[in-house]
Write a protein that binds this ligand. Structure first.
Ligand code: ARG
Length: 266
């Protein structure tokens, strides 16, 4: 082969590779085996559902669940993408990701713009206060108080219903608990399980959770409205629930028997 011919050959080969790379850089890809890689958004500041270790790895209940869903049998593979919680719903709406798992509560309001899988976790909001605070016991005692919440969360929506409350909003969990400890606010309204876990594992000192839950909520895996993947995700959750994998993951993180879950929301 002449030198010129060899050059041409190399050029055509590299162009081919480039095209192949571009073709694969879709939001999801179908490989020969029929496995689709979903881009899954998560906000890893929500212990123990999603957290980023110091070495940069993602860990948590949601991460384990999503990884367990990503099996050849479900035809799904997963690629996580970290995203602030507040931007998650609009990112799903714009279809920049295929799904999101982030302790996201299924609500009627959110269902107007995005879709959810069947419920995968029973949750609820609770009030957190400084350990020495005996005055705040329930919804009524929150009236007129200074309350911290996470932007865009169900806790933030709930706080809006408290008469005369002064609400401070934060981007992530660790920040609003700091504000509570500093005495800048009287209470935090947020997801009970996350707060209880952090207290139990010594990550939050000086804070306690008021016993009664304010709401009953269910987390779902979120997806764009007409997502072609929801069916596989739902079937996957059903399998994990029936084959004991869900129970195993639940026990790993919460050291308790999982409660019964409904197969659809409301
Ligand atoms: N469950 C609450 C909600 O849906 C808060 C979830 C916060 N999750 C997170 N990864 N920061 O609004």
């Amino acid at each position: 082969m002449t030198k010129a011919k060899l050059k041409w050959r190399q050029l055509i080969l590299s162009l081919g590779c480039l095209l192949l790379l571009l073709a694969c850089n879709n939001s999801y890809q179908t490989t020969n085996s029929g496995i689709q890689t979903l881009k899954v958004a998560t906000d890893p500041t929500f212990i123990p559902f999603e957290i980023q270790t110091t070495s940069g790895n993602l860990e948590g209940f949601d991460i384990d669940l999503m990884k367990a869903l990503a099996q050849p049998a479900t035809g799904i593979a997963v690629k996580f993408e970290s995203l602030p919680f507040d931007g998650m719903i609009s990112t799903l709406q714009a279809k920049r990701v295929d799904a999101a798992i982030s302790g996201i509560t299924i609500t009627a309001e959110r269902l107007k713009t995005i879709a959810f899988s069947r419920p995968y976790f029973k949750a609820g909001l609770a009030i957190a206060v400084r350990e020495d605070n005996q005055n705040i016991k329930d919804f009524n005692s929150l009236k007129g108080k200074k309350i911290a919440v996470q932007i865009g969360s169900t806790g933030a929506d709930f706080a809006k219903t408290i008469p005369n409350a002064k609400i401070s909003t934060f981007n992530s969990g660790p920040e609003f608990f700091q504000d509570l400890l500093n005495g800048n606010v009287d209470a935090v309204v947020s997801d009970a399980f996350a707060t209880l876990y952090a207290i139990k594992n010594g990550k939050l000192k000086g804070i306690r959770v008021v016993a009664d839950l304010l709401t009953e909520e269910y987390y779902g895996i979120a997806a764009p409205k007409d997502s072609p993947h929801l069916d596989a995700i739902n079937k996957g959750i059903a399998t994990l629930l029936s084959n004991g994998t869900y129970k195993q993951i639940y026990q790993k993180w919460f050291n308790a028997e999982p409660p019964q879950l409904p197969d659809s929301w409301q």
